[in-house]
Design a protein. Sequence first.
Length: 254
Amino acid sequence: MSKRWVIKLGSGLLTRKDGRIDRAFIRDLVSQVAALRRRRIEVILVTSGAIAAGMTAMGLGKRPRSTRELQACATVGQPELMAEYGRHLRRHGLIGAQLLLTYGDIDSRARSRNARATLDHLLSRRRFVPILNENDAIADEEIKVGDNDRLSAHVAALAGADRLVILSGIPGLMTKPDGTGELIPLVRRIDPGIRALAGGAGSERNVGGMVTKLLAAEIAAAAKVETHIADGRRPRVLADLAAGKPLGTRFALR
């Protein structure tokens, strides 16, 4: 059984159709994380949703386009998001621990080593669940990772994870580029044919798409971390993955 998981949560899962944070989803997700911890699986969350939470708090109906407005939304939304996680974690005797990263942190040997040491220490204490996000408030083009799919893969590599689980609003990689067709349960090699199935990006509230998930799987594979893409709204999705049930798309890249 995998002992250290990095679980990435996209904005599409964390927000409702009206753009507000989906508190019921976070409550259920945290319950599943607590169940994993009871099975002695260490969990690191990589969460999107800060900008969406900020949009809600600032009364914005559409995602801003300018960098400054986006950074302002992230600054307002990040504590709102952490408060929501913290409220539900406390019900299970757990405490959230926030860590915000940029590509500069990941690319720096000293800073990435410090981040790994912090994660190791928090996870060894067992009560703490590290919750990571990109530091959107200060990230510019030179130090920006760009999306949390790739950030989660870098975190999985940095943390020495056994598994990267990318939870999305889709079952996994499908046989048609528009996300329809049949589920592809196993990918052993990302070739041009697989890339052609990736399609485009998501909605205006969801920066990523299957393209970035394939990139994340490749980044993780380089660090010998296996990636799973699965439907985050599937009941008991994390428990079923921990039990070895075949669901989603597993990337066993060589």
